[in-house]
Design a protein around this ligand. Structure first.
Ligand SMILES: Cc1cc2nc3c(=O)[nH]c(=O)nc-3n(C[C@H](O)[C@H](O)[C@H](O)COP(=O)(O)OP(=O)(O)OC[C@H]3O[C@@H](n4cnc5c(N)ncnc54)[C@H](O)[C@@H]3O)c2cc1C
Length: 715
């Protein structure tokens, strides 16, 4: 089926409650001729309503997280996790530090609020702010680990700053977390600058909460305006002090400085001011929702319930804006049910003037929360469902097919980069590669395509100098095509710049789907090149990146690559290798290749054949990407794996090892894979000192060819 570039572009900045609703609706109904991009500072979004339950150990951590990688991939939206540095509302461009400005037709800002605000001076104390919530638990755990080093001979003194609903829930739900991660005795208090806690709640709720805090021996300290946090105490401007080893900062919602950088109208607190349509009062093509926005005519407290109810209004108004129809108004609900988790299996429930506390309310809260989160489960393919080709290196044809075609044409050069001109001083090397992008983001596609295409030059130890692009752009209006092309080339340029190479030209045509590749011309930097034929007996085989890229790309296409694993995948693919190869040349190494489409086994077998050697690999020493063996165990594989697996016939190993998921990964095609180097004992110390702490793992040893049919032994 032909792809077509949508002509309109909606961007969601900050994937809080309201914007997440739009993403979900986009997955269910789509937006005609419109692409959707989500920008988030993390690749998961945390549901605050469940954080206290996770702290109390009532709910596993994954349950409070929306996996944006999987959700975006499953609905065909692009996810960007690079920081936004500003906005040009006039030209409708979002600005980033590294990537080019991104044009949009409509933008919705839902970046929430911050808990750290005002003139607080932090002077050596241990403070853990509740936001960003995505990292709260790690930061808390890490701080407790550091506090352990103090070897306190008294209970740990924990102060929760902020006595709103969030602070109260944290204080109630903290003890199980401390029991698990601190172990020793602890004392908890809540501190507030206000004269009473839960200032926004009704008197019954407050009374119940105070009674329960007393029963749980959680101290309440009112009228205490924290001005500074010092080592072991908090201080007010008047010099009043409270002892504290650990401060959890959960005060009321404040506007982040980020909102002030967007050139949009803000209120006196710094929030973006909107009409009841949720549009910025100064810039109608920008919406501001949830905590980030304040409706000038009906400001509400900052609470998730309002952000959630704004979701359907935002979705409606985005659709209407795209066709220039009149927008609808959001009318904040007058009252809402509030359920506070007290960490003991009960919840305090408040509805208008009423309040009560019991286990039934907690069960109700749990079911509301989990039903809410279920809505954001990505649509996943079944493990045994046959996906489209997983792209990346999976677009390659099998090695057998290639070898026979090359030999029938009378060409069978086993090295991937061709030496095309050779004088005493200069060796010019060229290589070409292209793929169908596995990513929704043209900028990332450009980066990966550049690294992928330069990989053969890099792996030969040469220095890339020039690149010529070959791009196939899907049909679309010229603005959309221009946008895509600019992003592709900007991404590629970033990588070629880093290698010291320039994009010297290229050719772009229109076609059924986005494809991109480069022909890269390089120059040898020294006397040696890294070549497949140079393995020597006794060389150690060293790998510079973990394997598993192909299977994770395949898992991603099925909506089964978790956000955490995805981050490792992208980091591995973007891990530049050119300096590495130059270090190898400097260390006098001459045997090397890159691990790409034919997988580790395929490329190693090529080296062994070219060098007339055998090798032994230790399976457990081969580094693999997190999530890759799990994906194999689920039965997921890259499109090219089955043909790569034919090289298993040349491997001598046991039946048990053949069943290991790591064994399957030997045939996993890699897009932007690492280098495989043959390193002698003499060369190793120099190489190690040059590469420093970058990955360099010995995975096997080369020996004299003993069995030509089975030149690779896997233990
Ligand atoms: C512990 C706790 C419990 C709470 N419980 C409740 C409750 O039970 N009921 C209730 O109504 N309210 C509750 N709240 C308040 C509620 O969390 C907020 O009002 C609500 O989350 C606001 O939703 P939002 O969509 O505006 O922003 P958020 O949910 O905060 O989402 C904003 C998103 O934007 C991302 N982001 C931030 N800055 C940037 C940036 N510069 N670039 C890209 N992305 C960015 C963040 O990572 C986040 O994913 C609670 C708050 C806390 C702290």
């Amino acid at each position: 089926m032909n792809e077509r570039l949508p002509s309109k572009h909606v961007v969601l900045l900050g994937m809080g409650h309201t914007n997440a609703h739009v993403l979900r609706m986009y997955g269910m109904h789509g937006l005609e001729d419109t692409a959707l991009t989500c920008i988030s500072n993390f690749n998961v979004a945390t549901y605050s309503g469940m954080l206290p339950a996770v702290l109390a150990g009532q709910v596993p951590r994954e349950k409070m997280q929306i996996d944006l990688v999987q959700l975006c991939a499953s609905v065909g939206a692009r996810l960007i996790t690079e920081p936004v540095t500003g906005l040009d509302p006039e030209s409708r461009n979002i600005l980033f530090q590294h990537r080019p400005p991104m044009e949009f037709d409509l933008l919705s800002i839902g970046t929430g609020s911050t808990s750290m605000q005002g003139e607080l001076v932090v002077n050596g104390g241990s403070v853990v702010a509740i936001k960003p919530m995505q990292t709260f638990l790690e930061r808390l755990q890490h701080t407790l680990t550091l506090l352990h080093e103090k070897q306190l001979s008294r209970p740990l003194r924990v102060v929760v700053a902020g006595s709103g609903a969030a602070g109260l829930e944290i204080a109630f739900c903290l003890p199980p977390f401390l029991d698990k991660n601190w172990g020793g005795d602890h004392e908890i208090s809540i501190v507030t600058r206000s004269s009473r806690l839960l200032a926004a709640a009704n008197a019954h709720t407050r009374k119940i909460a105070i009674r329960q805090l007393h029963q749980r021996k959680i101290e309440i300290i009112t009228n205490f305006d924290v001005q500074s946090i010092q080592d072991e105490y908090l201080e007010t401007p008047e010099g009043k002090r409270i002892d504290a080893d650990l401060v959890i900062w959960s005060t009321g919602a404040g506007a982040s400085d980020f909102l002030g950088q967007l050139q949009l109208a803000t209120d006196e607190k710094g929030f973006l001011v909107t009409h009841p349509t949720l549009q910025s009062i100064t810039t109608p093509h920008v919406f501001a929702v949830g905590d980030a926005g304040t409706i000038s005519t009906s400001p509400t407290p900052k609470a998730g319930v309002y952000a959630v109810r704004q979701g359907p209004i935002l979705w409606e108004n985005i659709q209407r804006s795209l066709v220039d129809a009149p927008l609808v108004h959001y009318r904040p609900q007058r009252s809402f049910l509030q359920l506070l988790n007290t960490g003991d299996g009960k919840a305090i429930g408040q509805w208008k003037r009423f309040a009560m506390s019991n286990q039934w309310l907690m069960a109700w809260k749990k079911s509301i929360d989990s039903r809410f989160m279920e809505m954001f489960e990505p649509v996943r393919m079944e493990d045994d469902e046959d996906p489209m080709q997983c792209r990346g290196c999976g677009c390659k044809i099998g090695s057998g097919l290639l070898d026979s075609a090359l030999s029938s044409a009378g060409t069978l050069d086993l090295d991937d980069a061709a030496v095309i001109a050779q004088t005493a001083e200069d060796r010019i090397i060229a290589s070409t590669d292209f793929f169908t992008s596995p990513f929704e983001d043209p900028y990332l596609t450009g980066r990966i395509a550049a690294l992928h295409a330069a990989s053969d030059i890099v792996a030969s130890g040469a220095s890339a100098q020039h690149a010529l692009s070959n791009i196939v752009l899907p049909e679309g209006d010229s603005a959309a095509q221009g946008r895509t092309l600019r992003e592709l080339l900007a991404g590629a340029k970033r990588e070629f710049d880093a290698m010291g190479a320039a994009i010297a030209g290229g050719h772009t045509i229109e076609g059924p789907r986005l494809e991109i590749g480069f022909t890269v011309i390089g120059k040898a930097i020294g006397k040696n090149l890294l070549e497949k034929k140079n393995l020597q007996t006794g060389d150690g085989l060293y790998l510079t990146k973990p394997i598993g890229i192909g299977v994770l790309l395949a898992a991603r296409m099925r909506g089964r690559c978790a956000a955490h694993d995805h981050q490792h995948l992208i980091n591995a693919m973007l891990d530049r290798q050119h300096e590495y190869a130059h270090h190898a040349i400097e260390a006098g190494i001459s045997a090397g290749t890159d691990i790409t489409g034919f997988g580790l086994a395929g490329h190693l077998l090529e080296m062994l054949e070219a060098s007339q050697k055998s090798a032994v690999l230790t399976l457990n020493d081969i580094p693999t990407l997190p999530g890759s063996t799990e994906a194999v165990l689920r039965g997921i594989q890259s499109s090219l794996s089955p043909s790569n697996r034919m090289s298993a016939a040349k491997i001598s190993t046991t039946a048990d090892i053949r069943k290991e998921p790591q064994f399957d990964l030997l045939f996993d095609p890699q897009t932007c894979g690492g280098l495989l180097l043959g390193v002698s004992n003499d060369q190793l110390p120099t190489l190690q000192s040059l590469v420093g702490d970058r990955l360099l793992v010995r995975i096997g040893t080369v020996f004299d060819a003993s069995d030509v049919e089975k030149s690779l032994i896997v233990n």
